[in-house]
Design a protein around this ligand. Structure first.
Ligand code: NAG
Length: 353
């Protein structure tokens, strides 16, 4: 790669940081201009009339597409639709993905004929990358039926792809994590009842935890310190997992519920790029209907760092669906509906029926 490779990018950012430390702002600005000029010279951004984009790493895919599994219902307790075949995706998940530089394809769980779902069952797995299973606490029906079966098929596919050496990450949030826990442990009773519904909380990091290679790897140390002291994450669940999942997952963080009981709040699979959350990384920046959701600058940074990690994992995927298929299935083919006017629940949802 020579000088147009990662080193020139690295030098550039180091230069900027270094400049601010030792120089005043005006001088720093000069040094930034200088380093940009240097950057252009070194990486030959323009070759004749065509511009050549200096990607930091050609092995990564810069057009990742994220599949999100839809969830039964309208996401608004029947205010928007009572259709029995309705399913929804909270728009905050979509915004979370988009904010970090990726697009979303909805995987509508009860529409196996849609091409996006056909991909799930074909050898050419859906989306280029990972999928966040949806949120909401685990209702009894979620443990069986089409939704559960679809989630299981998807998890199976994720495991198979990774076993075959194809990096394919999965973020399982809340219900997603709970379902994955049941599937992995093959134990329907693995979940215990905790009182952590709609409550902001702290995260306690596991002892001797290695941050590198986890969702927390790029959190600034000051933010990590605050996470363990201030309520910067939103928990919304009733039923987290027992520790005998530990052969599959390593525990990254625990949290404490209203009654002082400790539960597992973030996990990462040992051999797979699978991260499970009992908290909602997407809510701090994008949901307003519940007053307990933290919106401080630190809390919003938690959302941003989590999204950046998620999509950085997605860029490593070798799964690159054909552009035409992507365009035909993107979430942009659907419209989000505002449902926050009721002053509760999600602010916007995509409804499929
Ligand atoms: C759904 O049913 C409930 C209860 O009958 C009703 O209050 C509500 O208006 C219905 N929603 C729609 C969108 O028709």
């Amino acid at each position: 790669m020579g000088r147009s490779g990662p080193w020139s990018w690295l030098c550039f950012s180091l230069l900027v940081v270094g400049s601010f430390k030792v120089l005043d702002v005006a001088a720093a600005a000069q040094s930034i201009v200088f380093s940009v000029e240097l950057q252009e010279k070194r990486s030959c951004c323009r070759v004749g009339k065509r511009s050549r984009v200096p990607f930091p790493d050609p092995s990564l895919y810069y057009r990742p597409v994220i599949g999100i599994l839809s969830h039964p219902g309208d996401g608004a307790s029947g205010r928007l639709s009572n259709a029995t075949d309705a399913s929804y995706i909270a728009a905050s998940y979509v915004k979370f993905v988009e904010s970090a530089g990726a697009r979303v394809i909805p995987l509508i769980f009860n529409e196996p004929r849609r091409s996006s779902m056909k991909w799930v069952y074909s050898s050419l797995f859906p989306v280029s990358s990972l999928l966040a299973l949806t949120s909401l606490t685990l209702f009894r029906w979620a443990k069986r039926g089409l939704y559960y079966d679809t989630a299981q098929d998807i998890l199976q596919k994720v495991l198979e792809m990774n076993d075959a050496g194809k990096h394919f990450p999965l973020f399982a949030i809340c219900l997603g994590f709970e379902i994955v826990s049941i599937m992995i442990s093959k134990d329907e009773d693995i979940l215990e009842h905790f009182s952590g519904t709609n409550q902001a909380s702290t995260l306690t990091f596991a002892e001797d935890m290695a941050f590198q290679g986890t969702i927390f790897q790029r959190f600034p140390p000051s933010l990590l310190a605050k996470l363990s002291k201030e309520c910067l994450v939103m928990q919304n669940h009733k039923v987290p997992t027992k520790s005998h999942l530990s052969s599959f997952f390593k525990i990254l963080t625990t949290s404490t519920d209203d009654e002082g009981q400790v539960y597992v709040s973030t996990v990462q699979a040992h051999g797979y790029p699978i991260t499970g959350f009992q908290w909602h990384p997407e809510k701090n920046a994008f949901e307003w209907g519940v007053s307990a959701i933290p919106h401080s600058e630190d809390a919003v940074q938690v959302t941003q760092h989590a999204a950046n990690y998620f999509i950085s994992e997605a860029r490593k995927s070798s799964n690159r669906p054909p552009a035409g298929q992507v365009l035909a299935n993107l979430i942009y083919n659907f419209r989000a509906t505002y449902c926050g006017k009721a002053g509760k629940g999600y602010d916007e949802v995509y409804i499929f029926s």
